[in-house]
Design a protein around this ligand. Structure first.
Ligand SMILES: NC(=O)c1ccc[n+]([C@@H]2O[C@H](COP(=O)([O-])OP(=O)(O)OC[C@H]3O[C@@H](n4cnc5c(N)ncnc54)[C@H](OP(=O)(O)O)[C@@H]3O)[C@@H](O)[C@H]2O)c1
Length: 335
């Protein structure tokens, strides 16, 4: 027997039930992983609470999409990976059956990728959700040039930290936002040219950094009424990418700024890329290459053992993190 996490109803972190479950045999196209480490994502807290805008869980369900692991068994039709391979998961799958919180997980083979040799098992669980979320808007959608300004909101989130790295790699200037004055220093050290704390003059800061042009790309997981200031900070012809809904208030449409400046406001999820085999391979190559050179490196905020998964989710919801929260499964696994 090994332990997995299941949800039986929506609610607080205490709804994450760590329970014994005999590992299943993989079905066609699936692989069973011995999970080494799990990367927590904010959408998992939303799914658990029942307010994830993109998916309503049906119960009981497993949970989680991002882990590193060792291939333990392969199902029929699997030719690309073998028992013993060290892999990370890429979000291509539904969590009901394939959720990865636990000591074992059943994952479709297209949702796996090899671990770069310079990443340890904890870092290997902190790569794909953040960099694939960044890849679409920064590499596929926006035409960013050296010295362009990008505005990254909730910049201390794991996706935000990945976005700062990619923006600096492209030679862009970065304005980062946070609700917490305590995070300013860490965001400046991460490469932000300017950090704006909630309540400060965001449009003025972006105009100052961009020498009056505005932000070419606004990368925003918050939405809500703050979108009006984002439209004010965008440059004429700029792109605003909405990729999350952290705000609980409705999101007004910034019609006048949109008309005046010819803005594009675009919704985005990484599923655009992960469910398209060609785009997924291109994105994987781009990210793998930059992980190998060290130009991209996931930032880990803190590490919990699996038996403190409830506490880890409490911390995830606290908003105190400045990078990825990891569950180190291998260190506490029972043999
Ligand atoms: N579309 C996609 O494909 C995709 C993929 C991955 C993630 N996402 C979304 O991206 C967002 C970040 O995910 P993550 O896992 O990187 O998050 P995370 O690491 O858990 O960080 C969340 C951060 O967001 C900020 N925040 C939380 N609630 C907020 C609110 N109501 N208003 C403003 N800021 C708030 C907090 O930073 P401060 O306290 O510093 O403000 C917090 O530290 C989530 O909305 C998630 O659903 C979308």
């Amino acid at each position: 027997m090994s332990r997995i996490v299941r949800l039986y109803r929506t609610g607080g972190p205490e709804q994450l039930q760590l329970e014994e479950a005999t590992p299943e045999e993989p079905r066609y196209g699936e692989v069973r992983l011995k999970v080494q480490a799990i990367g927590l994502n904010n959408s998992e807290a939303q799914l658990r609470r029942g307010d994830y805008p993109l998916l309503k869980a049906s119960f009981p369900t497993r949970i989680g999409r991002e882990c590193s692991g060792i291939v333990e068994a392969v199902g029929p039709g699997v030719i690309d990976v073998a028992v013993g391979d060290e892999v990370s998961t890429i979000p291509t799958f539904d969590v009901q059956r394939n959720g990865i919180y636990g000591e074992w997980a059943m994952v479709p083979v297209e949702g796996l990728t090899k671990v770069p040799s310079n990443l340890n098992r904890l870092e290997a669980a902190a790569v794909w959700q953040q960099y694939l979320t960044v890849y679409g808007p920064f590499i596929e959608h926006a035409s960013l040039h050296h010295a362009d300004t990008v505005l990254i909101t909730a910049a201390a989130s794991s996706v935000g930290r990945g976005a700062i790295q990619v923006a600096k790699l492209l030679g862009c200037r970065v304005v980062a936002t946070t609700r917490s004055p305590d995070k300013v220093r860490v965001l400046l050290e991460a490469g932000a040219d300017r950090v704006v704390v909630s309540g400060e003059d965001l449009v003025g800061a972006v105009m100052a950094v961009s020498e009056g042009h505005g932000a070419s790309l606004v990368f925003d997981p918050i939405a809500g009424p703050g979108i009006l200031a984002l439209a004010g900070a965008a440059m004429p012809g700029g792109l605003i990418v909405e990729y999350g809904q952290l705000a609980t208030e409705p999101t007004p449409f910034p019609l006048v700024a949109c008309m005046r400046k010819g803005l594009t406001i675009r919704g985005y999820t990484l599923w655009e890329i992960t469910l398209n085999p060609l785009r997924r391979e291109q994105a994987k190559c781009w990210i793998h290459d930059r992980l190998a050179t060290g130009e991209l490196r996931p930032v880990i905020d803190c590490v919990f053992p699996l038996d403190r998964i409830v506490e880890a989710h409490r911390y995830l919801e606290s908003g105190r993190q400045t990078g990825k929260i990891i569950i180190d499964v291998a260190s506490g696994a029972r043999q």
